[in-house]
Design a protein around this ligand. Structure first.
Ligand code: COA
Length: 328
């Protein structure tokens, strides 16, 4: 129990006392009218800071999220699955690029963001700190993690900050393809041999608890939701998005004859809401703060990639690079 309080620290994201009240009011009125805020428009510092925090974490999640599925490219069963897996992983890295660009419009450089990621200062999604032991784990990520991401991002694509919304529109289009790919791969295993079904069920059991964490802490203990919803950066609460996901995907999972590792999971016919065992928020907090099963490994891979790629960036940014002729 958290006594109605939060287990997360609020790190000074709420103080609007330094802002001009008239400007604040006009800004809120623009948001309430459904207008988009663009990078050169006036915005409260907290709005800027919150967006940088959220978009940056999202970008890091895409780039780190490419790693568990990336490890399965070489071991994907068959050439067609390999091609699709590779394309999906490339898309995820592309999403990170779009999101880093959107965050840069708010004044934080890409270099700073990457440094904050590899130094452990910035967060990224909890879910990518778990291992993909089998091909089925990779398929569960492709289907259900991408499904969860779409539910969140389709909502937030209607939000207030123009560059983030435009990036989300593009990302959601690609994620919808990933979702179909993941579903197809899961159906293949679910309708396959007993060994394939067992492998899939075990993967689902492993991914379900982190997936319930993925949507963020419950509304009772979420720190940022209230302000972010007022500013239409978030268009639904964490619990609302979790409920939407359960509504859309639990029936599809059960349809495949699979089970979920929560004996309390059921839809209450009176409230229309899914009831479930309260996720372990202490585990969630540990994982997002660096102490999950794969945090160290993920950051080490990212750091190595950054170091190995340094010469490319140096070469591209060198004044001599302008003399390099493009290939005909
Ligand atoms: N993984 C890692 N950290 C998470 C998280 C998750 N799944 N959910 C919440 N947190 C962190 C928050 O970042 C915050 O920490 P901070 O103050 O140090 O930044 C803390 O837990 C409290 O959560 P909350 O107040 O609910 O944060 P929020 O209002 O930003 O909501 C999200 C969390 C993930 C729902 C929201 O940031 C979001 O929609 N992000 C964009 C989409 C995204 O990043 N998807 C992930 C991968 S595709």
């Amino acid at each position: 129990m958290y006594g109605g309080g939060t287990i997360f620290e609020s790190k000074g994201y709420r103080d609007l006392s330094q802002e001009d009240p008239e400007k604040l009011e006009a800004f809120q009125a623009r948001i309430d009218r459904g207008e988009k805020i663009e990078p050169t428009d006036w915005m409260p510092e907290m709005y800027r800071k919150q967006l940088i925090r959220m978009i940056e974490q999202h970008a890091h999640s895409e780039i780190i999220g490419a790693l568990p599925e990336g490890t399965w490219i070489t071991r994907a069963p068959g050439f067609r699955r390999k091609l699709a897996q590779m394309a999906k992983v490339q898309d995820e890295v592309g999403h990170a690029q779009l999101l880093y660009s959107a965050a840069e419009t708010l004044g934080k450089s890409r270099e700073e963001m990457i440094n904050d990621l590899i130094n452990g200062k910035s967060k990224y999604s909890n879910i990518f700190n778990y291992p993909a032991f089998t091909w089925a784990d990779s398929n569960v990520i492709s289907w259900l993690v991408d499904a969860g991401a779409i539910v969140n991002q389709m909502a937030n694509a209607k939000g207030s900050y123009g560059p983030y919304c435009r990036a989300l529109d593009r990302i959601c289009a690609e994620e919808s393809f990933h979702l179909k790919y993941g579903h197809d791969a899961v159906v293949h295993l679910a309708t396959g041999s007993p060994v394939q079904r067992k492998m899939l069920q075990e993967a689902l059991n492993r991914w379900w608890p982190p997936l319930m964490h993925f949507f963020g802490p419950s509304d009772k203990i979420s720190v940022h939701t209230e302000q972010l919803m007022r500013w239409k950066v978030k268009m639904a609460t964490n619990d609302d998005i979790r409920q939407q996901f359960l509504d859309m995907y639990v029936p599809k999972i059960w349809e495949l004859g699979l089970t979920l590792p929560d004996p309390n999971l059921k839809k209450n016919p009176e409230t229309g809401l899914w009831e479930m065992t309260e996720p372990d928020w202490e585990e969630f907090k540990r994982v997002i703060n660096g102490d999950g099963p794969c945090n160290k490994e993920r950051l080490a891979v990212r750091k190595a990639a950054e170091e190995k790629g340094a010469w490319v960036r140096r070469a591209l940014l060198s004044p001599k690079a302008q003399y390099v002729q493009p290939l005909a």
